[in-house]
Design a protein around this ligand. Structure first.
Ligand code: HEC
Ligand code: HEC
Length: 339
């Protein structure tokens, strides 16, 4: 009888262990990052990309680099609502600069998803007049005059040399190394029950359950890559507020923006495409009560409805989201550049 009971207990404990790790796989960070066939990661490419990423000579006035708006010490963003203070000659950019953390896993880049690959993305900010304002016809000859770069390009892309394409490829290679480090939540997902607090665990359950956040913030990157109108604005939308509708006038794309990752989200404030929200609490309230505007929002997502969370529940979700922050990635910020 005793033995039978012991056996039963043993079986039961297996069942409950199973239940604990069941369904957690989809939250685990992948062990490698997607890479295009014609731009596999090599040390030379990443190293060259790192130099280009931080080099202000890629901008017209030698004032700005990619890091000006996506800085490793500022959550890979610039911590201001929209990128106006730092754009070329202080010009006003219309959108909040997103983190580039885990951009490597995304199917679409930019808030409106107007380009797909990191390679396609990289040349955009160099030429944009509100960003680095550097025409490519000037950039390539300028870089070719820097002997150190010519050498590094030859090493990284022996058959291709220094071209627009390889500038983009090298920067993209560096960006593919800017991925999440292990957060407390990751340790929890792998089975360490003590890695996060009880409050955070309850927050995670609310996040998946009552609050329906995983309708959009799903999977290891806490984004399913979908585009959504979450009702940040009501009435007729203007200009950049049209979101993906600017890429193509499809009714379903009216006012939709890409669901951002929530990894390291404590570091990348202010929030939303217009940088209009300062705290995670405020963002959570908006996302759980059916958007900032309940009515008069054309094309609002069907799942953006009031989930009737109380204050304690909102706090728990915020506590949970804080466990998605890992230690800072160890990236060497270059102090010397090729001459
Ligand atoms: C003046 C500020 C500024 C500079 C300089 C800048 N960016 Fe950005 N970046 C932004 C803004 C703002 C957006 C969002 C624009 C949008 O979605 O319309 C963005 C978007 C991105 C994205 C898309 C991320 C996502 O999740 O969709 C990537 C990747 C990126 N930038 C990389 C770079 C690289 C590489 C450089 C240097 C070649 C660079 N940026 C230079 C402000 C800047
Ligand atoms: C219908 C899909 C959807 C649901 C459901 C949803 N979100 Fe979002 N979330 C988005 C989109 C899209 C954005 C960006 C919107 C924008 O800027 O226009 C966003 C932005 C955010 C941001 C700001 C991140 C940043 O970097 O700017 C936070 C935080 C956030 N959501 C948390 C939550 C939480 C918590 C829940 C559940 C209560 C939730 N979301 C539910 C789609 C969704």
């Amino acid at each position: 009888m005793l033995r039978k009971l012991q056996l039963l207990m043993l079986l039961l404990s297996f069942v409950s262990l199973e239940a604990q790790s069941d369904g957690m796989e989809k939250w685990l960070l992948p062990t490698s990052v997607p890479q295009p066939k014609d731009n596999k990661l090599t040390q030379e490419r990443v190293e060259l990309g790192r130099l280009l990423y931080f080099d202000t000579r890629l901008s017209r006035g030698n004032q700005l680099s990619c890091a000006s708006c996506h800085h490793p010490e500022r959550g890979w963003t610039d911590l201001i609502p929209t990128s106006k203070a730092v754009g070329f000659d202080g010009r006003v950019g219309p959108r909040n600069s997103p983190t580039i953390l885990n951009a490597a896993y995304q199917k679409h880049q930019f808030w409106d998803g107007r380009v797909k690959s990191l390679e396609q993305q990289a040349l955009g900010p160099i030429t944009a007049d509100v960003e680095m304002n550097m025409p490519l016809e000037l950039l390539i000859p300028k870089l070719k005059k820097i002997k150190g770069y010519v050498k590094l390009f030859k090493k990284a892309y022996p058959d291709e040399g220094l071209t627009q394409k390889t500038v983009a490829k090298a920067i993209a290679s560096f960006e593919r190394t800017v991925v999440s480090t292990e957060s407390p939540f990751d340790r929890y997902a792998k089975g360490d029950a003590s890695a996060i607090s009880q409050e955070a665990k309850e927050g995670f359950e609310l996040f998946k359950g009552k609050a329906h956040c995983t309708e959009c913030h799903d999977g290891f990157n806490f984004s399913d890559g979908s585009f959504q109108n979450i009702g940040l604005h009501d009435g007729e939308l203007q200009g950049k507020e049209l979101g993906r509708y600017n890429v193509k006038n499809r009714a379903a794309w009216y006012g939709v923006f890409k669901t951002p990752t929530l990894r390291d989200v404590t570091k990348s404030y202010p929030y939303f495409h217009d940088g209009s929200v300062k705290t995670l609490k405020e963002a959570t309230v908006i996302c759980s009560q059916g958007g900032r505007f309940e009515h008069n929002v054309r094309n609002k997502s069907d799942v953006m409805v009031d989930r009737h969370l109380n204050e304690a529940e909102v706090e728990k979700i915020v506590t949970f989201m804080k466990t998605l922050t890992g230690p800072d990635l160890q990236i060497k910020i270059p102090t010397k550049f090729p001459q």
